[in-house]
Design a protein. Structure first.
Length: 325
């Protein structure tokens, strides 16, 4: 594989001159440019992005840290990130931590070693590295975050509870998202406030994480502990879909004897039977706008709002008792 040194030798120029020509970082005569172009074509040279980043201490690479790529919400976030950054000439390096904090730290070190131009992280803020690399937090944001994009969980929790209340519930079970996720706590707080305002009692179950296996375990525990349940507010579509499956095997009729509402509006929620009523989070826009903010940050452009909160809405389908589309 040809190197930049090979290009320089064939062109009869210095490596520094070739580098300036390729990166547009200084004056290069027209004659020198022609020699470099000819040498590149002759050698079929393709610049190594990592090598170039080591030379410049800056690259066209961006690190994207996700908590669990098997959760359908996060591929939509990643798509938004990639769609924006690819148009700007950047490539995305994905780090999938599978809800493991140590893996998060390992990926952050790897991003730094590869001289990424910026980092987009959808894991808890405590995992953010302390380097000077521009960083924007996606979705899982807390008060200490300086730059971030997320959706309105307080609004979402209220909408979910209000939707359940319209179905004349008698025995409500609320599933709390993992305690380690700040925004899951915000969502739960809003759900509880709305139910208490309506003087509606409810039972609470704590879920360990948003991982599929934990969601399945929570669904089994829920029906074992509360067989008389007739209304469930789930913290994610993954939880809601596992609940629908468990309810089917136990003979519940949805929504007649059991109504369920999810959260996220992942694509599969439209394909299950009955179709899942859920709170729509703009996952793609979280990724796209986060990437847009990071691009501005990397290029020292003015950023009007350091924290962007995106609205959510109820996606009414077939798992609530007050009807559907």
């Amino acid at each position: 594989m040809a190197t930049i040194k090979d290009v320089a030798n064939l062109a009869g120029l210095s490596v520094a001159t070739v580098s300036r020509a390729m990166n547009g970082t200084g004056y290069v005569s027209e004659e020198a440019r022609k020699k470099i172009t000819y040498a590149i074509k002759q050698l079929n040279y393709s610049p190594n992005e990592v090598a170039r980043s080591l030379f410049q201490k800056k690259s066209k690479l961006v690190g994207l840290l996700l908590p669990d790529i098997s959760n359908p919400f996060f591929p939509m976030v990643a798509k938004g990130v990639e769609d924006f950054l690819q148009k700007k000439g950047y490539q995305v390096i994905l780090g999938n931590i599978q809800e493991n904090n140590e893996k998060a730290n390992e990926y952050l070190r790897a991003f730094e070693q590869n001289n990424v131009a910026g980092i987009l992280s959808a894991v808890e803020h405590k995992n953010k590295n302390d380097s000077t690399i521009p960083t924007v937090i996606l979705d899982r944001i807390d008060e200490d975050v300086e730059y971030g994009v997320y959706s309105d969980d307080k609004q979402g929790g209220q909408l979910a509870a209000e939707a359940i209340l319209k179905g004349n519930p008698k025995n409500i079970v609320v599933i709390a998202g993992p305690e380690s996720v700040t925004r899951a706590r915000d969502r739960l707080m809003s759900v509880e406030q709305t139910l208490k305002t309506a003087n509606m009692s409810y039972s609470l179950i704590q879920s360990k994480s948003f991982l599929l296996e934990d969601a399945k375990e929570t669904a089994t525990l829920l029906f074992d502990r509360y067989p008389e349940v007739d209304s469930i507010i789930a913290p994610s579509d993954t939880h809601a879909i596992t609940i629908l499956q468990e309810a089917y095997h136990r003979g519940y009729q949805v929504p007649a004897s059991l109504q369920v509402i999810g959260y996220d509006d992942v694509p599969i929620s439209e394909l299950v039977v009955p179709r899942l009523t859920t709170i729509h989070q703009p996952a793609y826009q979280v990724g796209f706008k986060g990437a847009e903010m990071l691009y501005s940050l990397m290029n020292n452009d003015y950023i009007e709002s350091k924290k962007i909160i995106l609205p959510v809405h109820l996606e009414m389908r077939e798992t609530l008792r007050d009807g559907g589309t």
